[in-house]
Design a protein. Sequence first.
Length: 612
Amino acid sequence: MSATSSAQHTPDPGLASETLAVGPALPTLDANAHVLAPLLSFAKEAPERPVFAVRDGAGYRDISSAEFARSVHRVAAGLIAAGVEPGDRVALMASTRLEWLLFDFAILAAGSVTVPIYDTSSTEQVQWIVSDSGAVLLVVENQTMRAAAESIRADMPGCREILVIDDDAAGGLERRGAEIDDETVGRIVAGLRADDPATVIYTSGTTGRPKGCVLSHRNLRTNVSQSGLAVGPALQPEESGMLFLPLAHVLTKGYVLFALERRMRCAFGTDVAHLAEEFPLAQPTVIAAVPRIFEKVYEGARQKAVAAGKGKIFDKAAEVAITWSQQRSAGKVAPVVGAKRWLFDKLVYGKIRAAFGGQLRFAFSGGGPLGERLTHFFAGIGLDVYEGYGLTETSPTLTINAPGAWKPGTVGRPVAGTSIRIADDGEILAKGPQVFSGYWHNDTATADVFDDGWFRTGDVGALDADGYLRITGRKKELIVTSAGKNVAPAPLEDRLRAGALVSQAVVIGEGRPFVSALITLDELAVERWCAERERAGTPISALADDPEIRAEIQQVVDAANASVSRAESIREFVVLPSDFTIESDELTPTLKVRRGIVEKSRASDIDAIYTR
């Protein structure tokens, strides 16, 4: 059953106010609306304005809207010449770079459907996605990816050709498409409809085989409109953005489409590791990121302060920022707090803002919980972070905090045209035009996630009296101890990751007598910690059982335990000798922990906790 109706949902009078929240009215999207339209409009009305920027030596080089649109048209012609037909799926595997978007839009201009693949995907994952989607063509970034794909070519029978971006795949297609007249591409674009599929995104997931989420042009365009209605008042005429998260992820894809609608210039980051260098060069005013990016900036700033002997000043400044934001939210800031904030703005906050390029005014955060204290911290230093909530299946945004409707610790209110309902078991259910119609060729999985037209998110949460949603965990990740106690791991893990030395945390306890935790150490924080103790060069693997390290982690565990009952508290923990990585498959490409994989790969460490 589909949940794509754009009609407003009248609250059931039998439901209490905290079990249902409904977003404001949403204008109807035109039946001919499609994802390419904002780009084409941009190129026609402001052809010389930059739409993207790419790293060029010590700076950035702008790409105009008209230049990019022309390239999209020419590559689309090449795809048509290569035999790609409307409705065909074309798989795209590359890092976040200009060519990713060039091929994505060209695929759409050819009337086809983009199937994104993370550049970190395994050969087995590539084989499954290409074969399951029936992709007729695969575009990869480099020869290493091509070689891996060629090794499984026999298991991808529908894939006729593999193109390599680094080997001038775009130029090659432009030459092949030289004989295709402009009207051919124009007719295909003119024939696109809002309900046509635009992309099939395979959920990276934390467990199980990926399923292909079919998102239509309507789903994506509507969600951009919904986000714009929510945060529009905070936007200025010429905002600038930055792209650094995987474009294969729907959050980044949605951010790009939002930027095009708003005619923002977006600079491409080389990768996350280069952000410290490239933020000052690109000077974005608006970004979209996952919580780990904000956590890393905070942790990095604190560790630099500690290394300079100013750790206590930083901690005091952080508390003032948090207090100021909390008081502002309550409606009144005490004069003494305002004065302290003014002082620390000169000493501390300006340096943190400079780490983002100095021009960043607000950010979108999604993909996981940011945490109330960290949200207040960034607001206190002059950077509002609007945390939202959604899934790949919802294009992605269902709820969002926004200017004038901002409550840290929650993921905001439903966006326009959206209804959020809390089921009897606490599961979050959703309806709205951004909700997908189903999984690619998987009616059983589709039926499993719809209940009388409501999309079952699999997440557990609660609505307050003002309609703000708070996420408390994943339904499938709810831990039930051998004593029958239900424990939501996410809130505890969020508090553990706030520890200065902590990189990742996984709370364990399903069927066990008590709750425990696996903790990994942050490499940069540990490096500085060792240097302060004249132990420079000590590898993380040698610190797992270090008494001093364990004592500091114990303080973090104690602080986390203070937020839950005794039965839910972490009784034991183990510090692992290595961090989780994308390469080990313990992290998704958006840095979320794959709990099931971790529990298997670290099984001996878990067993050791319960056999001591």
